[in-house]
Design a protein around this ligand. Structure first.
Ligand code: PGA
Length: 251
């Protein structure tokens, strides 16, 4: 199974989100490809109505690490599940830039993997441009993975997205070598954290300035099992091309 995750970020109103989701639902469905729409919280309910009964799945852009309580402004996995979400993005670099710490990310992953296993987390990791320049990419990926999985002894269903911060929204995607090296390293690190788990079953995606034109760079050699897109997911023609490109390149 391959994944196309559409992270609509804070871009669309509910009306716009419903319109785009309705168009995406009408695209020919692709075997072996799971498309997940992640709209803003305020559009989840409307988008759920559009995708209900289709092959398109729904995800949220973040969640809290408890299901209930006095946590003003937060959304819980239980609430999101009841709205139809089956996936949730955790630790996106834009959330980290707003103050999300490794410790918060660990609490969220621990809650989703160990306590309430209704939503599949899509954990985002990746280095900044300065960290890459200083050749600290592997150190950063190790730190982000070790802290996300701290205290968790069983690797349950999770998707990991390698998203170099310098590639997000910059028009400057990672090249094939950079992506392959990081993904290989993520697999090795998972193996060392979860010594007895079958870490090969954990899908690793790439995200950061993906377009229909550069999808083959990431998919064709088989080291990533899909992509996470921002800008290219905001237009139905581009989503259609992404879907087709992923499916052609898997074959
Ligand atoms: P982008 O965003 O495709 O617009 O670079 C990717 C992301 O934020 O995951």
């Amino acid at each position: 199974m391959h994944y196309l995750i559409l992270n609509w970020k804070m871009n669309l109103t509910t009306t716009e989100s419903v319109r785009l989701a309705t168009s995406i639902v009408k695209l020919p469905s692709q075997n072996n490809l799971t498309t997940v729409i992640c709209p803003s919280f305020s559009s989840l309910q409307g988008v759920e109505r559009s995708v209900r009964g289709s092959k398109i799945s729904l995800g949220a852009q973040d969640c809290y690490w408890e299901n209930k309580g006095a946590y003003t402004g937060e959304e819980s996995p239980r609430m999101l599940y009841s709205l139809g979400c089956r996936y949730v993005i955790i630790g996106h670099s834009e959330r980290r830039a707003c103050g999300e710490t490794d410790e918060y990310i660990n609490r969220k992953i621990a809650f989703l993997l160990s306590k309430d296993r209704r939503l599949i987390p899509i954990l985002c990791i990746g280095e900044s441009s300065l960290q890459r320049k200083k050749k600290r990419t592997k150190t950063i990926l190790t730190k982000q993975l070790q802290s996300a999985f701290k205290g968790i002894d069983e690797l349950r269903k999770i998707i990991i997205a390698y998203e170099p911060v310098w590639a997000i929204g910059s028009g400057n995607a990672a090249n094939e070598h950079e992506c392959a090296e990081a993904v290989g390293y993520i697999h090795d690190t998972l193996n060392s954290i979860f010594a007895h788990a079958n870490t090969q079953r954990t899908p690793i995606l790439y995200g950061g300035s993906v377009t229909p034109a550069n999808v083959p760079t990431f998919i064709v050699h088989g080291y990533v099992q899909g992509i996470l897109v921002g800008n290219a997911g905001l237009n139905v023609d581009s989503v259609s091309q992404l879907q087709q490109s992923i499916v052609i390149d898997i074959c």
